[in-house]
Design a protein. Structure first.
Length: 315
């Protein structure tokens, strides 16, 4: 794969600089010399210390916690690049905030995922790279190219290496069936689906199981683990229904309190996550296995820069 790395510039905010450094190292370039911080009054300050005129800029910035600070950093960085005469600005957003607000479920609610798309386009983003959107149709909220990548290949590679026997891949709800099927196809395993209801926000009750998990190694897959309530309840239900052991995997580990305590106390053997969101030291757990998407994201950036197909990387 030949790419014009002379014209390529990788910029990072404060959301996940470790991932940005890994991506830059994989591609073989240095991070752009820039300061992203705050003025004394708390406003975002961005100073780019080298010329980026005519460059293709890739800004690595998941919009994870603190969500609004990281989102504002991204928007200000984009504006700085646009005003510095960058040729193109690609926002690499491994975790896309507000993705769960993709439609109105009751009156007088915002569609915040669309608002974020509007803000990015207005700021001057010319392309977006993201990973496992909560709702795939968010791609349609943009009028610019969106490369929507899946973590499934990386997750499947790791699971295959564990030599687990008699696997069944389980969706925690009806909405995650497509994601579940993608992973199951890579592992050549059957699927099962947990049917649940939410009597109130943040509370889920398992009602039924579609499929067979008895005596099998169940692998729960979701895109986001937030407070881990649904994940741990689903694992408990699978164990109750006869699963030999339960593993879980997800793309985005938000891990809001008391997620780590719940996971540690659960019957989940391992929770396999990716580094779209950095896990701080206080949220580390012996049950967490973190896989890097740096190589995959770096390959996508190289494909874009060399005008090659991105989808071929994941076939």
């Amino acid at each position: 794969m030949t790419a014009d790395t002379e014209n390529l510039c990788i910029l990072t905010g404060n959301a996940n600089p470790a991932l940005a450094r890994e991506i830059a190292e994989h591609i073989g370039v240095k991070l752009c010399d820039a300061y992203v911080g705050h003025f004394n009054n708390g406003e975002t300050q961005v100073m780019i210390s080298e010329s980026i005129r005519g460059k293709d800029i890739f800004i690595i910035q998941p919009t994870s916690q603190p969500v609004n600070d990281n989102l504002m950093e991204l928007l200000v960085m984009v504006d700085a690049c646009k005003r510095a005469s960058a040729q193109s600005i690609t926002a690499v957003i491994p975790y896309y905030a507000y993705a769960r607000q993709d439609r109105k479920t009751r009156g007088r609610e915002p569609i915040s995922a669309k608002l974020v798309a509007n803000l990015l386009e207005t700021a001057g983003v010319s392309r977006v790279i993201t990973v496992d959107l909560h709702a795939g149709q968010i791609q349609g909220f943009f009028d610019i190219p969106v490369d929507h990548l899946a973590a499934a290949p990386v997750l499947a590679d790791y699971i295959s290496q564990q030599k687990l026997e008699n696997i069944v891949v389980v969706s925690p709800d009806l909405g995650g069936v497509t994601r579940t099927r993608t992973l199951a196809d890579r592992l050549q395993a059957p699927i099962a689906i947990i049917e649940k209801r939410r009597p109130r926000p943040g509370c889920a009750e398992v009602m039924n199981l579609i499929g067979d998990v008895k005596g099998k190694t169940a692998i729960l897959i979701d895109d986001i683990v937030d407070t881990a309530g649904s994940l741990c309840e689903g694992a408990k239900a699978l164990q109750r229904l006869g699963a030999k052991e339960v593993y879980a995997c997800c793309s985005h580990a938000i891990l809001s309190d008391p997620a780590v305590e719940r996971i540690d106390a659960s019957c989940i053997e391992k929770l396999i996550i990716t580094n779209t969101i950095p896990v701080p030291p206080e949220k580390q757990s012996p049950k967490l296995v973190c896989l890097s998407l740096a190589d995959a994201l770096g390959d996508v950036i190289m494909c874009i820069q060399s005008h090659n197909s991105v989808s071929k990387l994941f076939k």
